[in-house]
Design a protein around this ligand. Structure first.
Ligand SMILES: [Zn+2]
Length: 452
């Protein structure tokens, strides 16, 4: 309102001035150098007015530009950013959808508009991974670890790359750097632990597992078992270096953590026999037989007394070992073998039959055959037992739960599939068809023997 009133006032003034000038005409003469310009006062007034308007307009434009530097640039930057963000989000969607080509296209687009942004680098690296372009992925991760805000993320990518390339040492050094940057991050600890186990760096595995347990990243029976296995491996390493006292203490730790872990019980028994009092040894023997009766443990307990005669071992086995777990399959098997060696045929047969009652296995029939030959010189009966042994279930072995590989001696890593702590003591399954076939053959052969 005020503006329009002001505008009319100015207009009225101009009209009044024009009329007034028309009423009082005059001329203006300008002489400059060799030129003479002569014009009416009205023209001069009009020119002055136009000049003033142009100057005022130019002044306002200058002020506008001065107050907002980069105003025009800003418009273009915002547009570019918008395009970059669009490419980023489309690229992430393509990655999630597994669309490698689209992911790469959007990564290039994002790089064009948002070069140097952390997310752009991440998208480019992920797109390269999806396209199985190892070289490009590594280049992007290398660029990421050069920047503070993306170093941690870049390390994760490089660790995965190193693991894919089966370069555990490199992966460890990268994981250690990641651990320095953000100590205690769950995935970093998990990587460090797995790498330590893989490279048999048992000290590091133990330390890392303890940190994981403190941080609640790992807990429960699986952790206790892993600690037991790791302590056992550390004990074994120390024993091989001749540090038997430290080895013993770790073997006991391992046995205490998982009393059913047979290798630890055996190692603890062997080291205790060498270093500790007989009282401690008999306590350990009793305890381990109660919790981890096993034919290898029986053998370890037998051999701790060097030069012992078979009847003496049979007596010791009955009096100090068997009493701790009298009706276990392994107890009967241990006593049967000891009685056989000691030529005590009656108890040998009795324990073998009890063992077969519990869980028949090929080796028990072999022992019966041996018994028939030694005790009665009965070759035919012996042959029958040997044939029966073929049809009997196989003896248990350490079998890998992951790939089925069979080992006589427990190993921390499966040599076939590389799995850690995958062996359990069990019987391999022949499958019903094979079993039927073998049984039919055995029946046939035995009837042939009996017929003459
Ligand atoms: Zn395996």
């Amino acid at each position: 309102m005020t503006r329009s009133i002001f505008f009319f006032v100015v207009l009225a003034f101009l009209a009044f001035a024009a009329v007034w000038l028309a009423d009082y005409p005059g001329t203006v003469q300008l002489t400059w150098g060799g030129y003479v310009v002569e014009t009416s006062i009205v023209v001069v007034a009009a020119l002055t007015l136009v000049f003033a308007v142009i100057v005022a307009f130019l002044y306002r434009f200058w002020v506008w530009m001065k107050r907002g530097p980069g105003r025009i640039g800003a418009v273009f930057t915002a547009r570019r950013r918008e395009k970059g963000l669009e490419a980023l989000s489309s690229g992430m969607v393509a990655i999630a959808a597994g669309d490698a080509i689209e992911a790469r296209r959007q990564a290039i687009e994002a790089e064009k508009h948002l070069s140097g942004e952390p997310m752009t680098l991440l998208l480019a690296a992920q797109a390269a991974e999806l396209n199985e372009d190892d070289r490009a992925a590594r280049i992007y991760y290398d660029r990421m670890i050069e920047r503070d805000d993306t170093e941690f993320l870049g390390l994760r990518g490089l660790i995965n790359r190193a693991r894919k390339e089966t370069d555990p040492e490199k992966a460890i050094s990268l994981a250690k750097r990641a651990d320095e940057l953000r100590p205690g991050t769950a995935w970093v600890l998990k990587e460090l632990y797995e790498l330590a186990v893989e490279t048999r760096n048992w000290e590091m595995a133990d330390r890392t597992l303890s940190r994981m347990t403190r941080g609640k990243a790992a807990k429960g029976a699986a952790v206790v078992r892993a600690k037991s296995v790791i302590s056992y491996e550390r004990a074994l390493a120390l024993k091989n270096k001749g540090q038997e006292a430290d080895a013993l203490s770790l073997a006991i730790t391992s046995h205490d953590l998982d009393p059913t872990f047979v290798p630890a019980a055996i190692l603890a028994v062997n080291l205790t026999a060498k270093m500790e009092s007989p009282r401690k040894l008999s306590k350990l023997v009793a305890d381990s037989w109660k919790k981890a009766p096993h034919r290898d443990l029986a053998e370890a307990i037998r051999t701790i007394q060097s030069g012992e005669q078979p009847p003496d071992w049979f007596r010791r086995a009955q009096q100090t070992v068997a009493v701790n777990n009298p009706d276990h399959l392994e107890t009967h098997l241990m006593l049967a073998k000891a009685a056989l060696a000691s030529r005590d045929w009656g108890p040998a047969r009795e324990h073998l039959m009890k063992a077969i009652d519990k869980a028949p296995a090929a080796s028990m029939y072999y022992l019966l055959a041996e018994l028939e030959e030694k005790a009665n010189a009965d070759a035919i009966a012996a042959r029958e037992w040997i044939l029966k042994s073929a049809a009997a279930p196989q003896d248990p072995l350490w079998i890998c739960n992951s790939c089925g590989r069979q080992e006589e001696i427990w190993e921390s890593h499966c040599t076939a599939c590389g799995q850690f702590d995958s062996f359990t003591w069990r019987t391999a399954d022949r499958g019903p068809q094979v079993q039927e076939m073998i049984e039919a053959e055995v029946v046939q052969e035995i009837s042939e023997i009996e017929q003459g």
